[in-house]
Design a protein around this ligand. Sequence first.
Ligand SMILES: NC(=O)C1=CN([C@@H]2O[C@H](COP(=O)(O)OP(=O)(O)OC[C@H]3O[C@@H](n4cnc5c(N)ncnc54)[C@H](O)[C@@H]3O)[C@@H](O)[C@H]2O)C=CC1
Ligand SMILES: CC(=O)C(=O)O
Length: 468
Amino acid sequence: MTAGKQARPAATKTTASIALTVASFTSTQFAGAIKIPTLDRSHSDRVLLREDALRHPVGGEEEEDDCEADGDPEEEEHEDLRDREPPPDGAEREDERHRGDRRQDAVCSHVRHLGPQDHRVPGDYGCVARSKCSPGVPSDMETLLLANEDVDANTPMAELVAAIRDAFVAYERGNAQMPAKSYIDLPQYNGDFRSMPAYLSTDEWDAAGIKWVNVHPDNPDSFDLPTVMGTMIYSDPENAYPLAIMDGTELTMKRTGAAAAVATDALAVEDATSLGIVGAGVQSYTQLEAISEVRDITEVVVSDLREERVERFVARFGDEFDVRGGTISEAGHCDVLSTVTPVEDPIVGPRDLGPHTHVNAMGADAAGKHELADEVLLAATLVIDDYAQTTHSGEINVPWSAGTLGDDDIYGEIGEIVAGEKTGRTAADDVTVFDSTGLAIQDVAAAHVVYAHASERENGTAFGLLGV
Ligand SMILES: NC(=O)C1=CN([C@@H]2O[C@H](COP(=O)(O)OP(=O)(O)OC[C@H]3O[C@@H](n4cnc5c(N)ncnc54)[C@H](O)[C@@H]3O)[C@@H](O)[C@H]2O)C=CC1
Ligand SMILES: CC(=O)C(=O)O
């Protein structure tokens, strides 16, 4: 065990969050974040637009009376397994979409550029959009339907990584409510459903929602569908209005990559330049996209049982990185390794890793899944995302249930590190492991980013879901 490693039992979790975790495996905590501006001026102040701050350096007090966004939040195009065309620029898609006039009034607002007193690190999103509308009787409210391409086009990765970091901090400080992920197991279909509700409050915004998501590993071969598909409902925490319904599939890919990036930033060697990926499926793409935001990755080694997946990955990133297929051990000897497979028998042993490799163990997110050999977990500085979820369904769930690995072997939660309560990698650390199960607060934070940009750019389709 690495010097300085400490136990991280559940009992040390903040009272509010652990109480909810233990008390409820059903979804009762709803509500979302970005505000319907017609209702409340103060709440609409919380819509955060990082790009605007990039256009207007911190320090200005300038105010504008419109909320047009002229930036493209994600220049980089992204492909998924289903060969979709890269999304057009969101601003250019406006004409293609139905849009209610009243929603334009509701969405539009006023952009206040942050002064120095507003600047904060981490998670500096820049400026704050707010409504110029007065509070009033709720009427003509509409819900924004955001399809896959809308989510993709409105999720700038650097901003998402910052938002996920903030979400981990909020959770650590007890400013989030997140029942543990609940599962509906469907062994007859080799799959399951999960419900993932959360509310979180950062220094500058609060947000809430729920993701309904599945894992069906046979889907690609049997139905030409992704293994993981999700639907996200993003609601106003103040009045519970459903602000948006968005594709949770793309959202999951992005926020899973962003979580790995936050952990990599905290735990990988500073000068990491190489990334290995084991499992070249849907989630693998955003591992590279996100991790390259926090380290100067130049070399990538990707490993998969299926050669066509490796080839596809190499084709996607070959122009940007020195990327090649390789063995698990070659991938594991990179500075950073992300494992994103659904295996139940470990495929990464101690000899497959370099002396200082940081491993993002992303694939194990259900009871029985297990990618890394127990020897790796026991020798590593082991960081988890959430005690209740990782002991139930994360990378450690199998050895923890067997008693092979105990609480004393867990160094801490990622929130403790990014909140500054525990140190990240030190010179004494060898292999580090981040055990990610995927937290609902990640989805809510990601939805917050998507909704802010999509509504600002008037992307998506607004419709009167509730008729109020
Ligand atoms: N931690 C988190 O937040 C999340 C975790 N996941 C989990 O990540 C895993 C991957 O998800 P997707 O990429 O969506 O699935 P996918 O089905 O698209 O990709 C999985 C890949 O793993 C490969 N693979 C399977 N066994 C392998 C082995 N022994 N060696 C090398 N490669 C192997 C498959 O050929 C496939 O290319 C799943 O277990 C999923 O449940 C998914 C989303 C979020
Ligand atoms: C699939 C899953 O468990 C997640 O999105 O966290």
